[in-house]
Ligand binder design. Structure first.
Ligand code: ARG
Ligand code: ZN
Length: 838
């Protein structure tokens, strides 16, 4: 059944207060609810409820007639008054809740995940974001710790005064230990901060706590928003479908994004923890205090909160490096989505299962839309608009219209055309041609967005183009200016002495695909001289791509001019090592498959894999003797610090070691592996050794880390990712028979499955079709237990149209097999259906 945005109607009853009383038991938890309602319209009361055993039901103390279905409880209007209290008791079974939605158990502890529609598996309620109420919660359990939202009033008793929708409800009970700290808000409120983990993990909480305190301070300094309760709790759980959840005052995290020690977590893990802790904390204002009217408005909270966590990470680390990493992610995940059968607008208009719309488009493109808005109105006007947004809508459940209205009212701009960014799916292509005649330089720009499912024609969008002009000698002729493109075409003219090199879309000012006729020579000038770090990196990426494509299509060796330029950047120690590492990283195999597709070439994953290896080897040979000294210069002596400076050096070191491994077969990587004192260095060397065919390192790594779940996830993933494409399915299959392959744990499942699909594309797309069968087998197996994670992992198939007819047929066969599987979940059925239709 499809739900449509246009069908939104407010509920006929409001909820004034919710009181919940839990008596926890693994298979027979009792939930007593006391919910007070007030009438808006005299209609039946229809509440959501799934997998509940109803024990008793009273309205104002009396039994009333009611109807139950698989999904709803209905009480006829005739039995309801202007204001009444509904008391219900239900029984639920957290232990057997393998979907990890609602109340479930993870490693012996009780926890919840209610977003988007998990509360309906806890008790009968309006399970939708526009119904907000204060909560009071009592928990009876024999566990040492019991937590819920808001402030504690007695052991096991919690009061949350801030009205909230069901999706922000949370409960945790178990044997947990807290790391405690304090924060004093700008208003003088003393807040107790706790990070709760399982006993034994308490030495891995420092960084999450540090990130939390920095997030709280930054939120006050940059957005003027203080925290609003006396406690803020974070809990780490091992079994979690997503990254983390912003439940009011009680954030629940996938333990992967909380636990860190130098020995077990990489620099990337630390950066992810920092970003996700900030993201969930920032939701307190953008999500919780101001929430969404309905799930179509998901980007209202997610796009804005991702934008804010990206700003935070840019402030904590290097802003240009952060921007490059964000764009790499955007292109790898969102552009891919936008180009395929799963394309949808930032604000979708229809869905079958909302969990399928927690996507890169809603999140990452949603964040880009906020960034464009800020670029268009300017930072000061953005700040003023945000202040108005918080003032006007605090405590409300809002829409994208409300958000746009705030910007229109505070800036006086008409944003009706800008709003198309929320409505049109697909990535706009921006085609640029230029000309120089009689002292006049002309830039001609055209925008066009391809048709996508349900959207045959697209109207022009407002594109902010930050641009500058560089002279042939590398000197900047025109510093950055923002040009606003709103029509399908735009011509820009400049009076100049000589033809410049345009540096367009600086800082990637809009999520579009830029198509230019730029020469390799011009790209080399930009790589060496652009004042915009993003476009310097972009030039290097385009050079890498054209050299890789030349190798792929014509077997050409990489151009010496490019190799020289690359070496120059890598050896320039005035440049941030993190930036140099990004310049050195070749475009991914998936990126190259997409580039083939864009050029009208059917991608051959095997050939792409080989071309990438050949070019990588050529870079290594070109840098040759310089590598050992360069590697030595990236040493980070002294105790491990996760801060940006040292992490930057380690990221460059890892890239250099990869190159060196191509030359020495792993001699230096072996030394690095043996000398490593932190997981970043150890894992980098581990990857090198696996790629070089080392036969002992996998067992050694496993023996060392067997008891650490998060490190073993890395071991599983790397073992498949680094396997030879011809052996990858066999390796992955063997790993699924490993005693520690707990496929019901989403992190472990993803390690092997994504190791096989996303991280080993040539193995996944093996001409035998074994990769496709492997994925389909595991999707079908997991679907019966955990539809959400299954549906998400099915997106490995979303690019099927790019490939040759044989591969297309093999994928279609697996999609058909999944689609016709008896009892397939709604989640997976929707995803597979959309992929097959398009
Ligand atoms: N709101 C959470 C976040 O962005 C994501 C939770 C999504 N969970 C889900 N089951 N759809 O941090
Ligand atoms: Zn979020």
């Amino acid at each position: 059944q499809t739900i449509y945005l246009k069908d939104y109607t407010p509920t006929p009853y409001n909820v004034a207060h919710v009181a919940l009383d839990f008596t926890l038991h693994p298979t027979a938890t009792r939930v007593q609810s006391r919910i007070t309602f007030t009438r808006v319209r005299a209609e039946d009361l229809v509440l959501n409820g799934e997998d509940l055993i109803l024990k008793s039901l009273r309205v104002d103390g009396a039994e009333v007639p009611h109807e139950l279905s698989e999904t709803h409880l209905t009480i006829p209007a005739a039995h309801l008054s202007d204001a009444f209290t509904l008391e219900v008791e239900v029984e639920i079974s957290p232990q057997t809740n393998t979907a990890l939605e609602g109340l479930y158990m993870s490693g012996g502890m009780y926890c919840t995940q209610c977003e988007a529609e998990g509360f309906r598996k806890i008790t009968y309620m309006y399970d939708r974001p526009d119904v907000m109420a204060p909560y009071e919660v009592t928990i009876h359990a024999d566990t040492p710790v019991q937590l819920s939202n808001g402030n504690p009033t007695a052991p096991g008793c919690w009061t949350d005064p801030h009205p909230k929708p069901t999706y922000l409800f949370a409960l945790v009970a178990g044997d947990l230990v807290a790391t405690t700290d304090h924060f004093t808000t700008m208003e003088g409120r003393e807040v107790t901060l706790n990070v709760y983990v399982r006993p034994g993990d308490e030495d891995k909480t420092d960084y999450a706590m540090d990130a939390l305190k920095r997030s709280m301070k930054w939120e006050e300094d940059v957005y003027g928003r203080p925290y609003d309760l006396d406690v803020f709790n974070i809990v780490a759980v091992d079994d979690f479908n997503m990254g983390a959840m912003e439940n009011k005052g009680l954030n629940i995290f996938n333990s992967k994004y909380v636990l860190a020690s130098p020995e077990t977590a990489t620099d990337t893990d630390y950066a992810m923890i920092e970003g996700i802790v900030a993201h969930e904390y920032f939701h307190n204002w953008t999500g919780n205090r101001i929430t969404c009217r309905d799930w179509f408005q998901l980007c209202l909270k997610e796009g804005l909160t991702v934008y804010r966590d990206q700003q935070f990470s840019a402030d904590m680390r290097s802003a240009p490096v952060q921007r490059i990493k964000d764009v790499l992610q955007l292109r790898a995940r969102q552009f891919r989505e936008d180009a395929g059968p799963l394309a949808h607008p930032v604000r979708p208009e229809a869905f079958v299962e909302i969990n399928n719309f927690y996507t890169a488009t809603v999140y990452e493109k949603g964040a880009e839309v906020i960034g464009m808005l800020r670029t268009l109105v300017g930072p000061a006007a953005y700040d003023a608009a945000l202040t108005l947004y918080f003032d006007r809508h605090d405590g409300q459940a809002c829409t994208i219209e409300d958000w746009i209205q705030v910007f229109e009212d505070s800036t006086g701009r008409d944003l009706s055309q800008f709003k198309r960014w929320y409505a049109q799916a697909g990535t706009p292509h921006l085609t640029v041609t230029d000309d120089f005649k009689n002292g006049e330089y002309t830039l001609h720009l055209k925008q066009k967005t391809k048709p996508s499912a349900g959207q045959p024609d697209k109207a022009p969008q407002v594109i902010p183009i930050a641009m500058g002009l560089i002279g042939a000698d590398g000197a900047e002729v025109l510093p950055t200016q923002v040009v606003e493109m709103s029509e399908a075409e735009l011509t820009l003219r400049y009076e100049l002495d000589a033809k410049p090199i345009p540096s367009l879309l600086r800082g990637f000012s809009a999520p579009v695909i830029l198509e230019t006729e730029q020469s390799e020579a011009d790209r080399l000038v930009l790589l060496a001289h652009d004042t915009d770090p993003f476009n310097r990196w972009e030039a290097s990426t385009l050079l890498a791509k054209s050299n890789l494509m030349a190798n792929l299509t014509a077997g050409s060796a990489p151009a010496t001019a490019w190799l020289d330029a690359l070496t120059k950047v890598i050896t320039d120690d005035t440049l941030d090592p993190a930036f140099r590492a990004l310049v050195l990283a070749l475009p991914s195999e998936d990126n190259l498959a997409n580039a083939c597709d864009a050029a009208g070439i059917v991608p051959d994953p095997t050939a792409i894999h080989s071309a990438r290896k050949a070019v990588h080897l050529a870079i290594a040979q070109h840098m040759g003797e310089a590598l050992p000294a360069l590697i030595a210069a990236t040493a980070t002596p002294g105790p491990y610090s996760p801060a940006a400076n040292d992490a930057a050096k380690r990221s460059l070191r890892a890239q250099l070691l990869r190159l060196q491994t191509r030359l020495d077969g792993g001699t230096m990587a072996r030394a690095a592996y043996d000398a490593a004192t932190n997981m970043t260095d150890q894992l980098a060397a581990f990857g090198c050794l696996l790629s070089a065919g080392d036969t002992t390192v996998a067992a050694a790594f496993e023996a060392q880390w067997r008891t650490d779940r998060l490190v073993m996830d890395k071991w599983f993933a790397m073992s498949v990712a680094e396997a030879d494409p011809d052996d990858a399915v066999a390796v992955a299959t063997a790993l699924t028979q490993h005693a520690d392959f707990d496929w019901k744990n989403p992190n472990r499942f993803r390690s092997v499955i994504a190791g096989m699909t996303a991280m080993n594309p040539a193995g996944f797309h093996h001409p035998s079709g074994a990769g496709y069968r492997f994925l389909a087998d595991w999707l079908l197996k997991l679907d019966a237990l955990n539809p959400q994670t299954t549906a998400r992992m099915s997106t490995a198939f979303e690019t099927w149209r790019r490939y040759d007819v044989d591969r297309q047929a093999l994928i279609q066969e697996q999609l058909a097999r999944i689609a016709t599987h008896p009892g397939l979940s709604r989640d997976t059925a929707e995803m597979v259906g959309r992929m097959r239709d398009a």
